[in-house]
Design a protein around this ligand. Structure first.
Ligand code: UDP
Length: 329
């Protein structure tokens, strides 16, 4: 029986493909390659270049393979773009989930692990954030993921499909051998942008505001290594295999690092001075986002292992240094 990884050629998806293979799982990937990279998926993995909104394509995949479970990463994920083009996000993210759940129902596939996000919470009322805290997304990206979670809930009660939704905080780093990593056409994330400075692609990093109510005035986030994240998906799959009920888990380290601290750590790792310039706040950035992942620890027995910020940044640096043009190299 195989695990179908939807969006397995993206950043988080491709690391999951590696982790699942390493644990002896039989994996199949479907990815439209609109934002993913074929080169991020090993040659020996069965690969379908399809958009999951195409139900006939999914029928073919489910007919050709014995799929036991689905791990679902297909989504647009740029917060800023989602504000400008909300319907693009609802069409792709929500539309993709409808098509996928319909196909799973048609083909009697009963388990799904879903890539969700801390953006489902919006501006937190308190930190660390618990799964039971209110979800009031402040952008269409987060809203689309929350809608997808709710859809799984209703479908699961009606069609006997069980799901695990994993709400990621800030995913970072790269696979340990530096052969796969983060490569977005439009880069908006802090660590890859910081590392563009020592790569000679930008002169400085801009800090989006230093007047937040935090120790050094810059925003605090909870960074989680992509390999630790992938391991949580494996644990979630085994949890469902063991009969676990549908559930939602936060995935974060529980530790917060400020933008300033991240830049300092990157200077240590790269040995480059990485000049930083203070800019204005980015719209919609909460001052502090930190996960309470106690539930994932208790129920999934998940614990992040790569927690030192220097180690997380070093793994990203290994990838970027050896692939300055990403998968074009
Ligand atoms: N950030 C920054 N400069 C940049 C990119 C990001 O200061 O060039 C800050 C951003 O305001 C946020 C943190 O870094 O506080 C992490 O941002 P990222 O976009 O990586 O992830 P997010 O927390 O928005 O999901």
């Amino acid at each position: 029986m195989a695990v179908l990884i939807c969006g397995g050629a993206g950043y988080v998806g491709s690391h999951n493909v590696r982790a699942f293979k390493e644990h002896g799982e039989d994996v199949i990937v479907v990815d439209s390659l609109e934002t993913g990279h074929r080169a991020s998926v090993p040659e020996d993995v069965k690969f379908y270049q399809e958009d999951i909104r195409n139900g006939e394509a999914l029928d073919k995949i489910f007919a050709e393979n014995q799929v036991e479970a689905v791990v679902h990463f297909c989504a647009y994920s740029l917060v800023g773009e989602s504000m400008e083009l909300p319907l693009k996000y609802f069409d792709n993210n929500v539309g993709g989930m409808i098509s996928l759940l319909e196909a799973m129902h048609r083909h009697n596939v009963k388990r799904i692990i879903f890539s969700s996000t801390a953006a489902t919470y919006g501006e937190p009322k308190r930190v660390p954030i618990l799964e039971t805290d209110p979800t009031e997304p402040t952008n269409p990206y987060g809203e689309s993921k929350r809608i997808m979670e709710k859809m799984m809930k209703w479908v699961s009660s009606q069609h006997d499909i069980r799901y695990v939704s994993l709400r990621y905080f800030n995913v970072a780093g790269a696979w340990r051998d530096g052969t796969i990593g983060e490569d977005h056409k439009v880069e908006t994330h802090l660590i890859p942008l910081i590392l563009q400075v020592p790569l000679g692609k930008r002169e400085h990093i801009t800090i989006y505001g230093d007047d937040y109510p935090t120790n050094d005035g810059t925003c605090i986030r909870d960074y989680i290594h992509v390999e630790d994240l992938a391991r949580a998906h494996l644990l979630a799959l085994n949890y469902l295999r063991d009969g676990g009920e549908s559930n939602i888990f936060n995935l974060g380290s529980g530790d917060g690092y400020s933008v300033m601290e991240m830049i300092t750590a990157a200077r240590e790792v790269t040995g480059h001075p990485i000049p930083a310039v203070i800019g204005t706040r980015r719209a919609g950035d909460p001052a502090k986002l930190v996960a309470d992942s106690t539930k994932a620890g208790k129920i999934l027995r998940w614990k992040p292992e790569i927690t030192k910020m220097q180690d997380i940044i070093a793994s990203a640096w290994k990838w970027h240094k050896s692939h300055p043009k990403g998968y074009e190299d």
